[in-house]
Design a protein around this ligand. Structure first.
Ligand code: HEM
Length: 124
């Protein structure tokens, strides 16, 4: 029983200018103080209050600088179903930007290498 976890009810209870919680990648953030500072404006944050803002946050392509601001606003982990089930926690941990994570392009290369190895072994 270490950290407090937050539920969808907690999010729903804090979606106003007076107190705004936001769910990003499985973690809940208190962005109330950040409303006036957000370069993207307070409107977009208020719109995402009380629900999973992971997609909206990622779609903007926020910089590493933006991601570095998140820990200061962290309240705790979210407990319960999220709409974006994939990669909970992974996004903030790697702060990877555009290059990380997707190795699908390596598949043809792997197939080619396997084929060459096979040919080599069969020929030998
Ligand atoms: C606590 C969460 C958030 C933080 C810390 C944050 C931080 C920032 C920062 C630092 C920028 C400046 C550009 C950059 O460094 O990437 C920015 C821009 C922007 N943000 Fe956020 N943001 C957050 C959440 C959101 C959400 C949920 C949305 C969308 C619903 C959003 C929409 C935008 C947009 C549209 C811009 C571009 C503004 C422009 O260039 O005119 N942000 N944000």
């Amino acid at each position: 029983m270490s950290a407090t976890t937050y539920t969808i009810d907690d999010l729903q209870a804090h979606k106003s200018r007076e107190s705004l919680y936001m769910l990003i990648s499985g973690k809940v953030y208190d962005v109330t103080q950040f409303l006036d500072e957000h370069p993207g404006g307070d409107e977009v944050l208020l719109e995402e209050g009380g629900r999973d803002a992971t997609e909206a946050f990622e779609d903007v392509g926020h910089s590493d600088e933006a991601r570095d601001m998140l820990p200061k606003m962290l309240l705790g982990p979210f407990d319960g179903p999220t709409k974006v089930a994939k990669a909970a926690g992974a996004t903030t941990a790697s702060s990877g930007g555009s290059t990380g994570g997707d190795y699908k392009f390596l598949l043809p290369v792997a197939v080619l290498v396997a084929w060459l190895a096979y040919r080599f072994l069969v020929a030998a």
